[in-house]
Design a protein around this ligand. Structure first.
Ligand SMILES: Nc1ncnc2c1ncn2[C@@H]1O[C@H](COP(=O)(O)OP(=O)(O)OP(=O)(O)O)[C@@H](O)[C@H]1O
Length: 503
């Protein structure tokens, strides 16, 4: 007798063609119906061809029903495994979120709230895990029951035929029992493998969803490298050019409206404007994180859509508004600018970024671990690490997104000095919040609600008495107010003798 692996294989492939049991797809459903009918016909024919062999028929039917049973119960369990995975993801997300935002948790005294929320997430996960494990044990038990019961029934039936009906010989019984012994282990394995494969498919669902996501920004077919000194460009075109660019993160909410400007080679252009006016968006578009909806962004005279993203990004250095560091050493984080840089080059970059002396005061120097997202460093230190790695990258163009948080005068001066090293002789675009940092820019663009409302040099814009002049006045009066505020304690102290006079 031949063991009918073909039937088992057909059932397994049938299951996979079902697409994880989600259903609803016309083509798959038709295919499934077709397969189901084919399997029924195949099984009937096979069973008929085995009519003369009682043992073959018994075993064939037995395997058939066991496979059906395993598939049906495993399919039923799918929803429990899926719920368990979702609960596990939620629990994990909750813990990471709470730990990363530990400062906010402490600011608002929300420790017990977070503990309760995490406890609830764990509770949900444990409930779902219990359901998944309980159904797994149920499946195992029932599978064992079916296998053992089926084989026992087959043996008894065989014994009965040998003893009372004389249809089979004792040799047939011996043959049958040795088949049974050989079948027992593979049948058990069949259930286990099927279950494991099914579970792994469910576990991988999120990954498949992610792989199915369409990339928003892709290199055009046949896109070439960004040529930094293209022949047509040597005539003196601008290094960076925005030609009537319109863009919105959501189609019905425009962020930039027909923005046009250019940055000639080696010059510095600054973008200023109220919060949310679209300044950082200009930088993201230059780096091609998104594609513009109208107009064109040109770098080195070439549309960024026609060159490869890697060559474009290799030519641009960015110092972002919020520097996020890797939970590794300071050396590792600086080296990120150019992974093959030597230790000497790293130190040189750190010196130019004016952070070398600071690093040397740390106990482990360049081997100091900066913590998750760089939380062990101050805002100013993080920004200077970002500047050091941009210096190490040695890019052709520099984009600076100035930190919004106010830094003390000394730190600001240090950062300005560090930035000077990157921007010197490089085409630079600066997003500025403190106007005092960009008074030397070759051109200042004032962006309001996604539109450039003023442009020119610092003095010209002040003389114009428009939006920029108002912003400048505002910042000056804020600074004055701050200074007066700083001086207040000394006034109070100087009044104290008056208090003692009263005594
Ligand atoms: N990924 C995003 N998805 C949807 N909207 C976004 C996204 N990033 C920014 N925005 C929105 O786009 C607008 C412009 O944002 P942008 O970061 O360019 O402003 P900004 O001028 O740099 O502001 P700030 O000076 O505060 O840094 C804002 O209204 C912001 O809410």
């Amino acid at each position: 007798m031949v063991f009918r692996w073909d039937l088992v294989l057909i059932f397994v492939s049938f299951k996979f063609l079902q697409g994880g049991g989600t259903g609803g797809m016309g083509v798959l459903n038709n295919l499934r119906s077709f397969l189901w009918i084919s399997i029924q016909q195949y099984t009937t024919r096979t069973v008929q061809s085995c009519q003369n062999s009682f043992l073959e028929m018994f075993l064939l039917k037995f395997i058939f029903y066991l496979a059906v049973f395993t598939i049906v119960v495993t399919e039923w369990r799918t929803k429990f495994i899926r719920s368990m995975n979702l609960a596990d993801n939620a629990r994990e997300g909750r813990s990471v979120d709470s730990l990363l935002n530990f400062e906010t948790v402490k600011y608002y005294g929300a420790e017990s709230y977070e503990v309760d929320a995490y406890r609830e997430a764990i509770g949900k996960y444990q409930k779902e895990e219990w359901k998944s494990n309980a159904t797994l044990n149920l499946l195992n038990t029932m599978q064992n029951f079916v296998v053992s019961g089926g084989l026992l029934a087959g043996s008894l039936l065989c014994v009965h035929i040998v003893a009372f009906q004389q249809g089979l010989t004792v040799g047939d019984y011996v043959l049958f029992s040795s088949y049974l012994l050989q079948l027992y282990v593979p049948l058990n394995w069949f259930g286990t493998y099927y279950r494991v494969i099914q579970k792994n498919f469910i576990d991988m669902e999120n990954m498949f969803d992610l792989l199915r996501e369409e990339k928003e920004v892709v290199d055009a077919p046949g896109a070439g490298h960004l040529i930094l000194h293209a022949p047509h460009f040597r005539g003196g075109g601008a290094d960076i050019e925005f030609c009537s660019v319109s863009f919105g993160y959501l189609p019905d909410q425009p962020v930039l409206r027909s923005v046009s400007f250019s940055v000639p080679h080696g010059k510095t252009v600054a973008l200023v404007g109220p919060s949310g006016s679209g300044k950082s968006t200009v930088i993201r578009l230059l780096f091609r994180f998104y594609d513009v909806q109208a107009g064109a962004v040109l770098v080195g005279g070439q549309n960024v859509k026609t060159v490869t993203q890697s060559s474009l990004r290799a030519a641009i250095g960015v110092v972002p508004q919020d520097t996020v560091l890797f939970n590794n050493t300071i050396k590792f984080n600086i080296r990120y600018g150019r992974v093959d840089a030597t230790d000497e080059e790293i130190i040189e970059a750190a010196k130019h970024a004016d952070i070398h002396n600071q690093i040397m005061t740390f106990r482990d120097g360049y081997d100091t671990i900066v913590g998750e997202r760089g939380l062990k460093l101050s805002g100013g230190e993080k920004q200077r690490v970002a500047i050091a790695r941009t210096i190490l990258k040695n890019p052709h163009f520099v984009l600076l997104d100035e930190a919004t948080s106010a830094l003390d005068t000394q730190t600001e001066r240090n950062i300005q000095a560090a930035l000077y090293h990157i921007c010197d002789n490089r085409t630079t675009l600066i997003v500025a919040h403190r106007l005092s940092t960009i008074i030397h820019a070759d051109q200042i663009l004032v962006l309001v609600n996604g539109e450039i409302v003023e442009r020119g040099r610092h003095e010209d814009l002040l003389n114009k008495g428009g939006r920029y002049a108002n912003m400048w006045e505002e910042q000056l009066s804020n600074k004055d107010a701050e200074r007066r505020e700083m001086e207040k304690p000394s006034e109070v102290t100087s009044q104290k003798p008056g208090v003692s006079e009263l005594e």
